[in-house]
Design a protein around this ligand. Structure first.
Ligand SMILES: *Cc1c(COP(=O)(O)O)cnc(C)c1O
Length: 422
């Protein structure tokens, strides 16, 4: 196991802390992250960027893992942030990221969110429609500011990833159709309270091959040249996120190859770059720990019912995603493998993490780890079935800290209130 995890003396260990220790201290289910793993991913991408000599700002896509401790870790490494809501904006600011290093993406920014972003001096709005452009101009005029904007281009490229995380086809809701950009650019030049900095593109997540990115970047290059031939000044290109991690041993795009592609296709344009990686920076540095509550055999299937559920880790239920599931105590050499269905306690048939997965013998009380759960894990967790919100732990060397406690039902229902009119 790469990912800063290995078996030591038969116990799964992250950096120098055993998962058994954390389960005993915090309880299960819980997320556990490796600070060293996150730092290593950032440094690797940063090194590739530096080698390219193109001035680039890495903006961590907060939605992949919005815990303040995680954002703060990237902030200390020099990262900016990509946010998609007012809530993420507040988190990024609170975690120490300067407003001018924050870019605001998203297809449906509210008036309140835009006003707040203007108030704090956000670095860039990624505009996704002519209506949004008009709204930003109006709200900026009201407070006598000039909003820095780029247009998010929909390049009509198929990212060849899961349909539910593909964002760059013309029938997706994202971005502005590439053919409409030149006329919108001319229109925007007449708006006194926006400053046009450049263009953005983001075609999807978990992109496993270079081809779709190449197509998108070539289209962006042609668009830049076309706009420049009409006198446009384009200083900035935001190339989005999408770098993949390997969930089941599949080949992924190396960050070095991704940056080499960028250099090749748009390196000569003289633009500053923004990158918005999320999953790549955090995905393989996190695990979800869970305990086997019960075993049962039913109509020829072996079930292990665990204490984690689809509300804690939604990806399998939402996208049919695969996560390696491994025992925290190393299985004996030559232990027989049996196909297991690993399911959670929630009253939904989709609350199943896997079916027929070959695993060594499992017994009640055994601890399991879902690997590669650092991205879109805790960030998508919720309190369905009035289950507590799953806690999060950060490991650093031989120490660990709880970076979000288990938030229980009473903390949720204290905001409910009996209806006075009833
Ligand atoms: C989600 C998102 C990202 C991050 O995507 P990853 O696949 O996690 O790298 C970046 N930019 C935008 C606009 C996004 O919506």
């Amino acid at each position: 196991m790469d990912r800063n995890i290995e078996y030591r003396n038969g116990q799964m260990t992250m950096e120098s802390v055993t998962m058994r220790q954390i389960a005993a201290a915090v309880g299960t289910p819980c997320y556990v992250y490796s600070a060293a793993g996150m730092e290593r991913a950032y440094r690797r991408l940063e090194a590739a960027v530096l080698a390219s000599k193109i001035p680039t700002t890495i903006c961590f896509a907060v939605k992949a893992n919005p815990n303040l401790a995680v954002i703060n870790l990237f902030s200390k490494l020099g990262s900016g942030a990509d946010v998609v809501s007012g809530g993420e904006l507040e988190r990024a600011l609170r975690a120490g990221i300067a407003a001018e290093r924050i870019v605001f993406s998203g297809v449906g920014k509210t008036r309140a969110e835009i006003a707040r972003a203007l108030e704090v001096g956000i670095g860039q709005f990624n505009v996704e429609s002519p209506s949004e452009l008009a709204m930003i101009n109006r709200l900026a005029a009201a407070v006598n500011l000039v909003a820095p904007v780029v247009f998010r281009v929909n390049p009509d490229v198929d990212a060849a990833t899961h349909a539910k995380i593909s964002t760059g086809k013309k029938d997706n809701k994202f971005g502005i159709a590439i053919d409409e950009i030149p006329s919108l650019w001319q229109l925007a030049l007449k708006l006194p309270n926006v400053k046009l900095l450049g263009l953005a593109v983001h075609i999807g997540s978990q992109i496993n091959e270079l081809g779709p990115s190449r197509q998108a970047f070539i289209k962006m290059r042609e668009l830049v040249l076309n706009l420049r031939s009409q006198g446009a000044v384009i200083e900035r290109l935001d190339l989005g996120g999408g770098l993949a991690i390997s969930y089941r041993g599949e080949k992924t795009v190396a960050p070095e190859d991704f940056i080499a592609l960028i250099s090749e296709v748009i390196g000569d344009l003289g633009c500053q770059l923004i990158l918005e990686p999320g999953r790549y920076l955090v995905g393989d540095s996190g695990v979800l720990l869970t305990e086997v509550l019960y075993r049962k055999s039913q109509s020829g299937r072996e079930f292990a019912i665990v204490d984690a559920a689809m509300n804690d880790l939604m990806r399998p239920a939402l996208y049919g995603s695969y996560h390696h599931i491994v025992p925290v105590a190393e299985a004996a050499d030559g232990a027989p493998l049996t196909p297991f269905d690993i399911v959670g306690p929630i009253c939904e048939s989709t609350d199943s993490f896997t079916s027929g997965r070959e695993l060594p013998p499992l017994a009640e009380g055994d601890l399991l780890a879902f690997l590669d759960a650092g991205a879109y894990g805790a960030s998508m967790s919720n309190g369905y079935n009035s289950r507590p919100l799953v806690p999060e732990v950060m490991v650093k060397g031989d120490r660990f800290d709880v970076i979000r406690p288990r938030i229980g039902a009473e903390e949720f229902y204290k905001f409910d209130k009996l209806c006075n009119e009833c």
